[in-house]
Design a protein around this ligand. Sequence first.
Ligand SMILES: NC(=O)c1ccc[n+]([C@@H]2O[C@H](COP(=O)([O-])OP(=O)(O)OC[C@H]3O[C@@H](n4cnc5c(N)ncnc54)[C@H](O)[C@@H]3O)[C@@H](O)[C@H]2O)c1
Length: 238
Amino acid sequence: MKIALIGYGKMGKEVEKIALDRGHTIALIIDKDDEKKLNPENLKGIDVAIEFTIPESAVHNIKKCFNSNVAVVCGTTGWVQELDTIIDFCKNNNKAFFYASNYSLGVNILFKVNSFVAQIMNKYDTYEPHIEETHHTQKLDAPSGTAITLADGLIKNLNRKTNWVKENGTNPSDLVIKSFREGTVPGNHKVIYESEFDKLHIEHDSKNRQGLAMGAILAAEFIAGKTGYFTMNDLLNI
Ligand SMILES: NC(=O)c1ccc[n+]([C@@H]2O[C@H](COP(=O)([O-])OP(=O)(O)OC[C@H]3O[C@@H](n4cnc5c(N)ncnc54)[C@H](O)[C@@H]3O)[C@@H](O)[C@H]2O)c1
C-alpha cells in the first residue's frame, strides 16, 4: 500500500515504523509547516492517508483527501462535534473513512465490557459511576476521545445517567469525567462504580503507542479499496 502520513508527531512516527515493517510504502509525509503539499498532485496514487494531527486541522485534512478520492484513517481526537458531518459527506459521496477514538485492541474490548457492566448496573442504583482518564502533559484535548466513547457507551446503557460533564456534576444525571495530565503517560482509562460499601473499576493502561499505531495500520489495510464509513467494530468484529 502507498500511504500518506498526515501529522508526523508521536503517532505519525510510530505508524511509519510499523507500516514499513509490514512492507508498505510511505509515499508522502505532511506536517504543519508543509500543509500546502497536501494537494491533488501529491495525493495521486496514494491508497490511504493516515491522519494524526490536531483537532483544528483534522476536518480540513480529511476533506482534502476526500476531494482526491483518497481513503482516510483518522485518529485525531477533540473534533467530535464535526464527526457526523464528515460521516454523512463520506457516505453521500462514496468516499472511504475510518475513525476510532482509540485504535488499541484492549481499549476496544474495554468499550464492550463497559457497555455490559453498565447494563448490569442499571439494576443497582446504589453504585455511582464516574470516569477517570490520565495522559501525558502534551495532550491538547480533555476529556480524551476514549473517555468520551466510554461515557457514551455507559450513558446508552445506564438510564440514570443522561450526559457527561467535566470534573464536577451538579445533577444526579451527570456522568463526571475527570482528566489528569501527568509526565509521559500514553493513556490510562478507568470506569469506576462506587457504593457505600465497595468500589468496582474496569481499567485499561496503555504501555506504549505501538498498539495504537498497529491498529491504525490494520485499519488502513482494511479500508484500502473500499468505500463507506468504518469503525473498530467492523475491523475487530468483537
Ligand atoms: N485514536 C487513537 O488511537 C489515538 C492515539 C494517540 C493519539 N491520538 C490523537 O491523535 C492526535 C495526534 O497525537 P500525537 O500524540 O501524535 O500528537 P503530536 O503532537 O505528537 O503530533 C501531532 C502532529 O501534527 C502536526 N500538525 C499540526 N497541524 C497540522 C496540519 N495542519 N497538518 C499536518 N500536520 C499538522 C504537528 O506539527 C505534530 O507533528 C491527537 O489528537 C491525539 O489525541 C489518537
